[in-house]
Design a protein around this ligand. Structure first.
Ligand SMILES: O=C(O)CCC(=O)C(=O)O
Length: 306
């Protein structure tokens, strides 16, 4: 059955599997703490060489990159860059221990849905990802980061509210009805609804005395976080610094992903079959995304890149 990590007896179910202890330990951390860090999952030399390759890719496509630099010379997050710069896909398909942990938790084969390539820390406020990665059945999703450079308080790292995934779900239909007046009016994307939900999550964590932890990591470290883990990006002390990393959004193969319209209407039926095509890469399935976007604003077809 899919969603092993969501079962009541998830820890017992994982412990009973015929898997190396390291895999089981990382699985149990995701279930109990809401995240796990796999140290050195990708060799540090491969991370350094990927950054060099990215710089060469950037030069080949200077016109596109120049149009997307901010005043500090950095890019906003780049959505699905792995489709145009396929060396990034190795961080998914060849991340053996990470995939073993993820497959065991899902109870099925992990597939890559979308990615975010970060050149710098995100400085995002604390949030759960589930409103924008709402699967059917629900919560069959992981956020994952592979760090290509060390991340810390200087260049911005991930902040997590450990245990915040265990505080339960808010009454989403009530929130949506208060916001829209009627469930029929819920839209797929709505910043105000997002902010209301995330504020409720953080309030609940505060009420329980849960604390925020900053995760300092090294190049090659790979993180998996629970779909309901409240997390964000810490402030960046030195804005000149890069923090190359790839966030990968994963689901079990064939599971569809919806957005806020499905999330705030958990009782509404949506198809449980993904409507998109997959590519097979190194024996793993990745969704055949058709475009790249800088900061979800400037969109480019794959054919725009050399
Ligand atoms: O890595 C970060 O700075 C935060 C990433 C994040 O919160 C996200 O991609 O949802």
């Amino acid at each position: 059955m899919l969603g092993r990590f969501l079962q009541k007896d998830a820890v017992a179910a994982i412990t009973a599997l015929d898997l190396p202890d390291t895999v089981k330990r990382h699985c149990v951390e995701v279930i109990w703490k809401g995240y796990t860090v796999i140290p050195g999952a990708i060799p540090a030399e491969q991370c350094a060489s990927l950054i060099r390759d990215f710089r060469a890719f950037e030069q080949r496509n200077e016109e596109i990159f120049a149009a997307n630099r901010n005043k500090d010379g950095h890019y906003p997050r780049i959505v699905n860059l792995h489709m145009a710069f396929p060396q990034l896909i190795d961080l998914f398909t060849k991340n053996t221990l990470h995939l073993a942990v993820s497959d065991a938790l899902f109870g099925g084969r992990t597939s890559l849905y979308t990615s975010l390539f970060y050149e710098t820390g995100s400085q995002q406020p604390i949030h759960r990802d589930t409103p924008v990665f709402c699967t059917r059945p629900e919560y069959l999703y992981f956020g994952n980061t592979v760090y290509l450079e060390a991340a810390n308080d200087e260049n911005g790292c991930l902040e997590v509210i450990e245990g915040g995934h265990l505080t339960g779900e808010l009454d989403r239909e009530l929130l949506a009805t208060e916001h829209y007046g009627a469930l029929e009016k819920v839209t797929a994307q709505d910043d105000a609804m997002w902010v209301t939900y995330q504020a409720g999550v953080v309030q609940r964590c505060d009420n329980r005395g849960l604390k925020t932890t900053r995760l300092h990591v090294q190049p090659g470290d790979t993180l998996i976080w629970h779909p309901q883990l409240p997390h964000g990006g810490s402030p960046i002390r030195d804005k000149s610094k890069t923090r190359f990393s790839l966030v990968m959004h994963t689901t079990p193969e064939g599971v569809p992903v919806y957005h806020q319209d499905a999330f705030f209407r958990p009782n509404m039926a949506y198809s449980e079959t993904a409507g998109w095509a997959y590519r097979d890469v190194d024996g793993r399935k990745i969704v055949d995304q058709q475009g790249i976007s800088f900061g979800h604003v400037n969109d480019y077809p794959l054919t725009a890149f050399r």
